[in-house]
Design a protein around this ligand. Structure first.
Ligand code: SF4
Length: 332
């Protein structure tokens, strides 16, 4: 089995997320009153140390992208707290938030949709330099943009081109250059390779790893399956229906999972050795609606190990070993 990325040597949290919750009201009736809620993110807590990568995985609709957007306040959280570099992001005013956003950037899943098709590459990357007044002259502006393009494997010939003239992988490189323009400390990578071919995925992940080493970046790396985050993450959090159900070092999570949902996700990760055999755990049914979540453990209707207790009692996230937490009654 290939080596997992070890724990980050830094033990200083750059980001701390405490009890983060986001619900979206569902309105109805003639008075348009709230009749129900979509519980997108439900009391999520975790931290990311400086220079570390936390992988965050789960099926679509589990709340991982909403979590990423709430951290940057691109979506306002309903409750909870996000501390970045010791500052409470959740309560800060508009001006302070704009300042702190220089240090917290995001890369989106679909690079084509996130790049303005009417802007040249120069204008796309230069926008943040202009907003934050980071270039002292036209020459400094151009030099910085060319340097950013070269950092992500593109060059000065690409300055005057438009997004549609690039391949998917190149467009994601432009998105990365745009995020790097303001020299951030943290980048939320929101499924940055999901829309790319497998061969291109590896190139973009390798680029992100190189940039992390060169620039001391910290990543929250969101993906829908464990194979994508396997080598880039120091630790991994698994989400199900708006909650973190397991969080551990990559080594622990991949070799000694403590939640049946993680076990099922792991069983779907391909093994490079064609002679090795692995039993696939096929989960029955779809992810339940985040509007009407199942009682007890929200995973119980799909869990191959569920007991009667699981239908009525909700498991809490508990420490099972050093730096390893899971929310499952089987660990009691
Ligand atoms: Fe499965 Fe029960 Fe554990 Fe939930 S608490 S994951 S239903 S065994």
């Amino acid at each position: 089995m290939p080596a997992k990325k070890p724990l980050s040597p830094s033990q200083t949290p750059l980001l701390e997320v405490k009890g983060l919750t986001k619900y979206f009201p569902i309105k109805g009736g003639i008075f348009s009153r709230e009749v129900n809620r979509v519980h997108a993110v439900d009391g999520v807590s975790f931290h990311i140390n400086a220079g570390e990568t936390l992988g965050m995985v789960g099926e679509s609709g589990c709340g991982k992208s909403t979590t990423g957007r709430c951290i940057l306040r691109l979506i306002e959280p309903s409750s909870g707290q996000v501390d970045f570099n010791g500052q409470n992001v959740t309560t800060m005013g508009h001006d302070a938030l704009r300042e702190v956003r220089r240090d917290m950037q995001i890369i989106f899943q679909d690079p084509f949709a996130s790049l303005n098709p009417r802007m040249t590459v120069e204008a796309i990357i230069g926008e943040a330099l202009t907003i934050h007044k980071l270039a002292s002259s036209a020459e400094a502006y151009r030099t910085r943009i060319v340097s950013l393009l070269e950092t992500v494997g593109l060059n000065a010939d690409h300055l005057r081109r438009f997004p549609h003239e690039f391949s998917g992988g190149q467009r994601q490189r432009i998105g990365i250059a745009r995020a790097l323009a303001v020299s951030p400390k943290l980048i939320v990578c929101d499924e940055p390779v999901s829309a790319l071919d497998v061969s291109i995925q590896a190139q973009v992940i390798n680029l992100l790893e190189d940039l992390q080493v060169k620039m001391g970046l910290t990543y929250l790396f969101i993906a829908h399956d464990l194979s994508v985050v396997e080598h880039i993450s120091n630790r991994v959090a698994v989400m199900y229906l708006g909650r973190v159900v397991e969080i551990a070092s990559s080594r622990d999570l991949y070799t000694n999972p403590k939640h049946p949902y993680t076990e099922a996700l792991l069983s779907a990760v391909p093994i490079p050795d064609p002679t090795a055999k692995k039993k696939r755990i096929v989960l029955t049914g779809d992810v339940p609606s985040p509007v009407n979540r199942p009682s007890g453990c929200h995973f119980h209707p799909r869990c191959p190990k569920a007991t009667e207790r699981c239908k009525v009692e909700e498991p809490q996230l508990k420490t099972v070993s050093l730096l390893h937490q899971a929310a499952c009654h089987l660990n009691d």
